[in-house]
Design a protein around this ligand. Sequence first.
Ligand code: HEM
Length: 377
Amino acid sequence: MELVKDDLPIARDAGTELSGFESRLPEHDADARELRFARRWLVVIYAMILGMVALGGVTRLTGSGLSMVAWEPTRVLPPLNETEWAEELARYRSSPQGRESNAWMELDDFRRIFAWEYAHRLAGRLLGVVTFVPLLVLTWRRRLPRGKLGAGWALLALGGLQGALGWWMVKSGLVDQPEVDHFRLAAHLALAFFAAHVALFLAIRWGANAAATPNPSRGLRVSTWVALVFVCAQVVWGALVAGKRAGLSAPTFPDFFGRYAPSAVLGDAPRWLEDPLALHYVHRVIALALVANATALVAQTWSTPRLRRSALGVLAALFVQIGVGAWVVLAYVPTGAAVLHQVVGFGVVSHLVAFATRAGVLGRPSSVARTRGEPAM
Ligand code: HEM
């Protein structure tokens, strides 16, 4: 996805063009600088969430996610001496995982899994600071319009919600089963993707030249929305697959043990949301639907080079993602490949969000484009 550096970040607000005279005022320079600063801040948030998604993936895949059994949102330091480590290990041993599946762990093994979960939580807090402090400065300076500041605060609220959701997920693995609930895992991952892409959407939108935002045709609008719905479903299904370790259920590709549909979905009452093979099957079917949909987007934007390039980016990212997905299943879900699959999956969503924003499907088409009666895409 190419983040267009300068889609003319001149407007005081999306949908407002400044006259030539107004745009030369020193006050306007300060406003434009503020907007540039805010866009960079959004891109940093987006990149940090991507980093956290990858770190969260490593945490899960190394079996480290249940090593911290208390929620201490203000805690910054890890255990610092042998006594504190012994206490931390004792707490872990009182949890189902520490008591059952990992009862064999000694302090050194425990330190290793603790390190990943600790890093993930600490990165979350750092992200909170990186979101909050610049937002406070922006609010204090009052150079950004209220709507934009409101969007920034909403983003911060999403971050807070994500922290709470993370703990809600971990809690489900501390009760009786040493596994987190796969629906809660899906909610946690989906919210991370959502928050990151709200940041990306705003960063693109705030830099967009209002007058150049196209007014898409009904057909393009429908196909883009269908793709957005499919991609959301795909992220949720991917997380359900991960939560149920369903990648291990069919180490064959593109078939399922020589058949195109596993018996799990052909019986009388498939358990679509519980059976690992059924989850795995649906995840692959949605991938095919996405490819068909992205092909339609390319065809529909063929005569508009900028959007065609963007749609081709979505399609290319999908093919890479399917290749990585095949690698994940054929190699029995190695950590490196599975994390790469998460990162490329993030890239697929980003390409699509960037496409939808540039095509004028996400966010209202600018009033300028509408009143000028610009040709429908
Ligand atoms: C084409 C679009 C696709 C997208 C956007 C996508 C996205 C995702 C996402 C977001 C996850 C969750 C990762 C996590 O929580 O750790 C996931 C998991 C997974 N996906 Fe996909 N995926 C796609 C296609 C495929 C295909 C075609 C396959 C198989 C051939 C596949 C196999 C898997 C497996 C096995 C997992 C679980 C990995 C684990 O246990 O860590 N994916 N996918």
